[in-house]
Design a protein. Structure first.
Length: 55
């Protein structure tokens, strides 16, 4: 990634051209949002790379 490719990433994700699922390390229900923030804030302890909250 560089400054020319980074702005295109959201469009690529939305179009299904980029699979971000290998980056997701944690999946939590939206009710656990505060725990999700704690997990994401401490990656060296939790191994978090990307935390996904869902309904």
């Amino acid at each position: 990634m560089d400054t020319s490719s980074t702005p295109r990433l959201p469009d690529m994700l939305a179009a299904g051209q980029l699979d971000a699922s290998p980056l997701i390390t944690h999946r939590l229900p939206i009710e656990d949002i505060m725990h999700g923030y704690d997990v994401f804030a401490a990656p060296s302890r939790t191994g978090a790379l990307k935390v996904v909250l869902s309904r």
